[in-house]
Design a protein around this ligand. Structure first.
Ligand code: UDX
Ligand code: UDX
Length: 476
């Protein structure tokens, strides 16, 4: 099938490359000329596993890059809209890019097309897109608007796309549902010849893949809600466990044990129960706010979501208090920082709790040397020379008064602890991602603070239980 994908950001680029890998002819449209030139020249603008392979495989063949949206619409049966939907000041999603794309598309519809929302948008957006296209004089018989939300995690977006838990297709007509079923047929069909999974060159299957992928057809409104509700639920799971971690700190329990105990209940499940410094990224913060705004507009005060956001914000403050209580004053202290990306496996620093914490520590007079395997260049664009950048985790630790772990990169969980200790000026590690076992850290001579577990000292004596959380350190 011929497909256009509008917007070649994190979502559009991955979707376009994956559609090409499924065998479709894809035109990726973007209005950013620099991005188009870079993509045509073989550059990969984001750090994403398997994306370079897919772009190499299909660039110039099944995957074309263009700035001509109308021509792409004329040539395609389905147009996936994946332009940005950033939050406005009041927390609603800014849909102006979606609207301008809808307006432009309308001028090029000469035969039947399915316009598919891929960006995360509030419920009713499909109605608006439809109205805009009709307002511009398009024959209603010539198009349908559908919603096909993405559930792609950065870092594993390609395998999330090709091996999804489910594919949700929101369509208000059988005709548009058929087009989307056909597009995803290589992932959903059971016959060997047509299945993507039977191909010798398919991307390797991750653990826990559901094959073939289930596809649900819903109304467009339900599909729009499924996306917001999924992300809000996952954010709630993280805030829930962060709140439990705070109780663990107050009573001297171990949150890891609690997670194991509750996560093995199959009704709850162990995933997305890692406590830490709170969720970040381009989706959860924005989507929780947008879902709350949509609910309010429809007459429902979704206060649970306020609390999810409040706990998330509080989690960063708790971590800052932990740093202060470990180091007393911060002015002039040298801090090694491991991790700047909003999570491991990506170079994305949008809404990164790590970058937020670095900025807060700088404001308190700390001197920072940071290392991140992928996100240093992007951080430099924001923080400039305000911090030093190291070439390795050990270099970041050199001569530091303490080491802070802020992103859950796998390599940070496998450091040579003896070497790390010898690099640090004082053997203090404050881990915002619980990458280490406190007893192991104490045995290696560290004073180790983490989230939802008692702090440990080298002599094996847990630090005094912090009655009111780690709020007793003096802030200078
Ligand atoms: C997208 C969705 O917008 C968001 O709702 C979802 O939750 C996550 O995926 P992302 O892919 O991260 O976000 O967006 P971004 O990296 O900003 O890319 C958007 C692309 O669209 C950019 O390359 C931009 O140049 C392009 N664009 C934007 C257009 O081509 N036309 C426009 O009118 C606006
Ligand atoms: C998310 C959704 O998972 C994906 O389905 C979607 O549609 C896009 O948004 P992403 O933002 O890439 O994906 O990252 P995700 O892996 O969900 O992590 C989000 C944030 O939560 C990160 O900051 C991460 O560190 C944090 N997190 C995640 C936790 O703090 N604990 C966890 O257990 C899981």
């Amino acid at each position: 099938m011929r497909i256009a994908v509008v917007g070649s950001g994190y979502v559009g680029l991955v979707a376009g490359a994956c559609f090409a890998d499924l065998g479709h002819d894809v035109i990726l449209v973007d209005n950013d000329q620099h991005k188009l030139v870079a993509l045509r020249n073989g550059q990969v603008p984001i750090h994403e596993n398997f994306l370079p392979e897919l772009l190499n495989r299909h660039r110039g063949r099944r995957l074309q890059f263009s700035d001509d949206l109308q021509e792409a619409v004329r040539q395609s049966a389905a147009i996936f809209v994946a332009v940005g939907t950033p939050p406005t000041e009041s927390g609603e999603a800014d849909l102006s890019y979606v609207e301008s794309v809808a307006r432009e598309i309308s001028g090029a519809i000469e035969s039947y097309k399915v316009i598919v929302e891929k960006s995360t948008v509030p419920v009713y957006t499909s109605d608006w897109v439809r109205k805009i296209i009709l307002r511009n004089g398009t024959n209603p018989e010539l198009f349908d608007v559908a919603s096909n939300p993405e559930f792609l995690r950065e870092g594993t977006a390609v395998t999330d796309f090709l091996f999804p838990d489910r594919i949700v297709v929101g369509c208000d007509s059988e005709r548009s549902a058929d087009v989307l079923r056909e597009i995803y047929a290589p992932l959903t069909c059971t016959n060997k010849e047509d299945s993507y999974y039977q191909r010798a060159d398919s991307i390797p299957q991750p653990d826990r893949a559901t094959i073939p992928a289930p596809l649900f057809v819903t109304t467009t409104k339900s599909a729009e809600l499924i996306k917001h509700a999924s992300n809000a639920f996952l954010a709630m799971k993280i805030s829930f466990i962060n709140a439990v971690a705070s109780v663990c700190e107050s009573v001297g329990a171990n949150v890891n044990q609690v997670v194991q105990g509750i996560g093995t209940d199959s009704r709850i499940g162990p995933r997305f129960l890692n406590p830490g410094i709170g969720y970040g990224g381009s989706c959860f913060p924005k989507d929780v706010m947008a879902f709350r705004a949509v609910a309010r507009e429809s007459g429902y005060e979704f206060r649970l979501l306020d609390e999810v956001m409040r706990i998330n914000e509080e989690q960063r403050q708790r971590f800052l208090r932990k740093v202060r209580s470990a180091l007393w004053t911060l002015r002039g202290k040298h801090l090694g920082v491991l991790g700047l990306a909003f999570k491991g496996g990506t170079d994305d620093i949008r809404e990164s709790p790590a970058v937020f914490l670095v900025q807060a520590l700088l404001q308190e007079g700390g001197k920072i040397t940071a290392y991140d395997p992928a996100a240093m260049e992007r951080t430099q664009e924001i923080l400039g020379s305000g911090i030093r950048y190291a070439n390795s985790a050990y270099e970041a630790a050199q001569g530091a008064d303490a080491l802070l772990i802020l992103t859950e990169w796998e390599e940070f969980a496998n450091l040579d602890l003896s070497r790390l200790r010898s690099e640090l000026r004082y053997p203090i590690v404050i881990d915002g991602r619980n990458l280490y076992d406190p007893e192991v850290m104490a045995a290696h001579g560290f004073t180790y603070y983490s989230v939802g577990r008692a702090a440990c000292h080298p002599d094996g004596v847990p630090a005094a239980t912090l009655k009111n959380g780690p709020g007793n350190g003096t802030k200078k």
